[in-house]
Design a protein around this ligand. Structure first.
Ligand SMILES: NC(=O)c1ccc[n+]([C@@H]2O[C@H](COP(=O)([O-])OP(=O)(O)OC[C@H]3O[C@@H](n4cnc5c(N)ncnc54)[C@H](O)[C@@H]3O)[C@@H](O)[C@H]2O)c1
Length: 418
């Protein structure tokens, strides 16, 4: 009995060490996957795998054990290949890549784990300068050569001109495949910088440091990058997973209240469709900035779980569209009067009823978010009909009957009671 306890303790210690080494091994596999993604090299190399197993097994003298060790190695190689395929397909979702931490910007050098080289910070003119500055200082202290490009603030900058500006900066500063692009700001620099990183030399390392609530709870997850083109939002883009996302909830202190509440709608949406506790937290909060860390953490966890189950937005991920079908139309027809979150807030009101609708309406009212608009319902219907989600006049919408749950329903656009 004594022996068993002793040997089990030994195994526990070995397993703990193996877990640490496994993490390190997968970090190396991650880097290799990025290289393979950039160069187009195949994940599988059977000859190399065979030689590697033979080489490793030579260290095991016991013949019987050697066979088991070969099986063990085959398993590890299989896991590594799955991981590489996920990364290359753009659906890598390791939770540790999103770090939510106070004062994180000043620690970017150590937290981002960038292995030196050149870094291009992409930010915009509305982001308080102290944020990109803190990131730059920290990255420089970690040994990186840092450059910064600042685009004008606002959605109008998510275009080909800004794309060209950042690309030109990368080329003129001599960036190569092993260098890094880091976005510091809201969803606009985030989407733009991510798309640049996805396409420069067929894809280089990208890190995201979102500083608006919308970008922290929403664009931080899923790897979607894009620019607008010909008046169509996000029409040119790519899936490109950031190596790390760094979220400092304290950056929200400088955000105008309207922007803060605009981002909160995405968290309310998450609460309404899948996390009743999050919804209740937002309902009872009397200090959003103090609760921001928890609100962001819960929203990010939920979106990560959904995206992991449906990385290419085939079906399940449509739950994230709660309120968006009508919201997008209101946003577009409002001609700049409504921010994205405000339009989604109004869009959500059509897809819930009874006591649930009252709860959603009152939480929106608490944060001065609109629940009614003055846009012609016919114009909304006809815009939705042109939306890509409409096929044969029918659309699939997300409905919330009880807070924390959802169901899909097919409805005809003409039957939408707007
Ligand atoms: N990739 C995705 O999955 C995804 C998801 C949702 C939204 N988006 C995109 O995100 C964009 C909207 O993002 P957004 O709302 O963050 O807009 P934004 O990037 O334009 O930021 C809003 C404003 O806040 C300013 N700002 C940013 N951080 C600040 C801070 N900490 N303090 C003070 N001011 C600050 C910016 O300069 C800007 O003027 C849209 O283009 C949308 O398409 C992308």
């Amino acid at each position: 009995m004594q022996i068993m306890i002793k040997e089990r303790q030994k195994i526990d210690a070995i397993d703990a060490e193996m877990a640490r080494l496994f993490k390190e091994r997968m970090e190396a596999v991650h880097e290799i996957a990025l290289e393979k993604k950039a160069s187009g090299a195949p994940v599988e190399d059977l000859q190399r795998e065979k030689e590697m197993i033979e080489r490793r097994c030579a260290a095991i003298e016991n013949e019987q054990l050697r066979g088991h060790y070969a099986d063990f190695l085959r398993g590890v190689i299989g896991v590594s290949k799955d991981y590489q395929n996920d990364i290359i397909a753009g659906c890598e979702m390791p939770g540790h890549q999103i770090i939510i931490e106070r004062d994180a910007l000043a620690k970017a050098g150590s937290l981002l784990g960038i292995p030196g080289g050149k870094v291009m910070i992409v930010t915009d003119s509305g982001v308080p300068v102290k944020y990109p500055q803190a990131v730059e200082n920290s990255l420089k202290a970690a040994g990186c050569e840092v450059f910064t490009v600042t685009i004008p603030q606002g959605e109008a900058s998510k275009n080909l001109d800004s794309y060209r500006t950042v690309m030109e900066a990368l080329v003129s500063c001599g960036f190569t495949r092993t260098d890094t692009v880091v976005a510091v700001g809201g969803g606009v620099p985030g989407d733009l910088a991510g798309f640049v990183a996805a396409t420069f030399m067929r894809g280089i390392r990208f890190c995201n440091i979102p500083t608006t609530l919308l970008s922290q709870v929403d664009s931080s997850v899923g790897g979607k990058t894009a620019i607008d083109f010909g008046r169509v939002k996000n029409i040119v883009g790519a899936f490109h997973m950031p190596l790390k996302v760094l979220i400092d909830p304290d950056t929200l202190a400088s955000l105008p209240q309207r922007q803060l509440h605009n981002g909160l709608v995405e968290a309310i949406k998450v609460g309404a469709t899948g996390d009743a506790e999050l919804f209740a937290l937002i309902e009872r909060s009397d200090d959003l900035l103090a609760d921001a860390g928890e609100i962001i953490r819960r929203s990010v966890n939920y979106k990560q779980a959904v995206v992991k189950a449906d990385p290419r937005e085939k079906d399940l991920r449509r739950v994230l569209n709660f309120g968006h079908t009508v919201g997008h139309a209101i946003e577009a027809l409002g001609c700049g009067r409504y921010l994205h979150g405000e339009a989604v807030a109004m869009g959500m009101m059509y897809f819930c009823s009874g006591a649930t609708r009252e709860r959603i309406a009152s939480v929106l009212a608490k944060y001065n978010l609109p629940v009614r608009h003055d846009i012609d319902p016919e114009a909304i219907r006809s815009l939705i009909a042109h939306d890509k989600k409409a096929s044969g006049g029918d659309i699939t919408v997300v409905k919330v009957d009880t807070i924390g749950s959802y169901r899909f329903e097919k409805v005809n656009i003409q039957d939408l009671a707007l």
